[in-house]
Design a protein. Sequence first.
Length: 256
Amino acid sequence: MRFRPCIDIHNGKVKQIVGSSLRDEGNAADSNFISDRDAGWYASLYRRDHLTGGHIILLNPAGSEYYEADLQQAQKALTAWPQGMMIGGGVTAENAPVFLSMGASHVIVTSYVFRGGRVDFERLQALTAAAGKEHLVLDLSCHKRDGAYYIVTDRWQKFTDMTVCPQTLDLLADYCSEFLIHAVDVEGKSQGIESELAKMLGSWGKIPITYAGGVASWEDVDLLRRYGGGRLDVTIGSALDLFGGTLSYEKAAKIQ
């Protein structure tokens, strides 16, 4: 198990938000934490502590009045920790090479590869060709509905027809090097993890998976370690003292 750090950027600021509250209309989100430091400061900290494989997420859509400000923040982070972090938010086959040239180690993609609720394999193949499988992470963030975890797109606002399950993971693993999976129902709430989802992800274990969402205590981290047999990596956001929470970042940085 590794700790994967994060930098979430919304309206040009480093933030921690309640994932289910994010709305494109009005660039709205309920914020747990708004930093007075820029993204470069956080990336420099992660570089100091040799933390690789973390993610930068641009939470405003391309075309938003804030998207350029988000990009400027992201550039600061990638300049501070080149090849140390991944980036997601508005990534397409056309701009994936641009993000990689900015210093991202990987691009993270969801919405571009889903159309009409299903995987668009033509787009997925184009994306893999443009970025290289070794530089592509698929974000299969999900909401629970009717007892299953459905993949959601467009900044977690639209349901697809696909669930996060072993069959879906098997289907998509040929096109990417890792999965990033936010449990959106608990994202930003610091009220505990989605144990059922974590158990399923941990039992699959064929390529690296980072779980994010709801971690509130070291007991939650221990649960993820047990469910994943050490194979499931973890992101901690709002619960970290780095983002106004109570869990020590310095301790999280030593997770292994």
